[in-house]
Design a protein. Structure first.
Length: 234
């Protein structure tokens, strides 16, 4: 209120209607809800409106420190991470009953105290009672939980498929390594007496051709899934 009075002085808002209009634009949350609920007669007189606002939100004369603390908790209460919605709801209702808060203000505070996505879901249902808002928030929580479970399952299934593919790659790698070793053994010189004559009907043997093909395929698949392979070379 003190900040708004300074704002009014700065922009020379002396007319009652202009001051009330500017005051309306500065309100939000429960205060805006309160303003809307005030009668038109009250909203036409700045002196009457400001006095009513101060009595509703700022007048704690004669109230105990416990009431002041309860009001502070009520104004800042929010759903904590891991806290059950019913627990948050009960705490809010308990504080509102102590402070004699109207239901429309408690309803606004309940929705504003929810996480952003859940609050958006509840507002979309346009609840008019606390019970309706509580039901909508539980629905939002159930939908969110189901979405998280589905996402987790999809990630797990994906990891399983990748692990299976890696196992197959390792098996193929071992097979290619064995084939390469055998090919190298076959290519070693034979010092026994041989007939080096070679007929035109018998082309040179190429034992390692198929091996290189398998080896290249295994390396390509390994690169695709991010698996570094260390295959022996001839």
């Amino acid at each position: 209120m003190a900040e708004f009075e300074s704002y009014s002085t700065l922009y020379d808002l002396l007319d009652s209607k202009r001051k009330i209009a500017a005051f309306h634009l500065h309100l939000k949350g429960p205060a805006l809800t309160w303003f809307i609920s005030v009668s038109n007669t009250t909203k036409s007189d700045w002196t009457l409106l400001s006095a009513l606002f101060k009595r509703h939100y700022m007048d704690f004369t004669g109230q105990s420190s416990t009431m002041l603390m309860t009001n502070e908790i009520f104004q800042n209460i929010r759903l904590s991470s891991g806290q059950a919605i019913e627990d948050f709801y009960c705490n809010l209702v308990e504080k509102s009953q102590i402070l004699s808060k109207p239901e429309h203000e408690v309803l606004s505070k309940f929705i504003n105290g929810l996480p952003d996505k859940m609050a958006f879901f509840v507002r979309a249902g346009n609840p008019t009672t606390l019970q309706a808002a509580l039901t909508s928030s539980k629905m939002a929580e159930a939908i969110s939980t189901q979405a998280i479970k589905s996402e987790t399952k999809a990630v797990t299934d994906s990891k399983t498929e990748i692990d299976d593919l890696k196992d197959q790659i390792k098996t193929l790698t071992s097979m290619v390594a064995n084939i390469t070793v055998k090919t190298n053994d076959n290519q070693r010189p034979n010092y026994r007496r041989q007939d080096y004559r070679q007929g035109s009907n018998y082309p040179p043997r190429q034992d390692s051709c198929e091996c290189y093909g398998c080896r290249d395929k295994v390396i390509s698949i390994g690169i695709a899934i991010g698996l570094k392979l260390d295959l022996p070379t001839n």
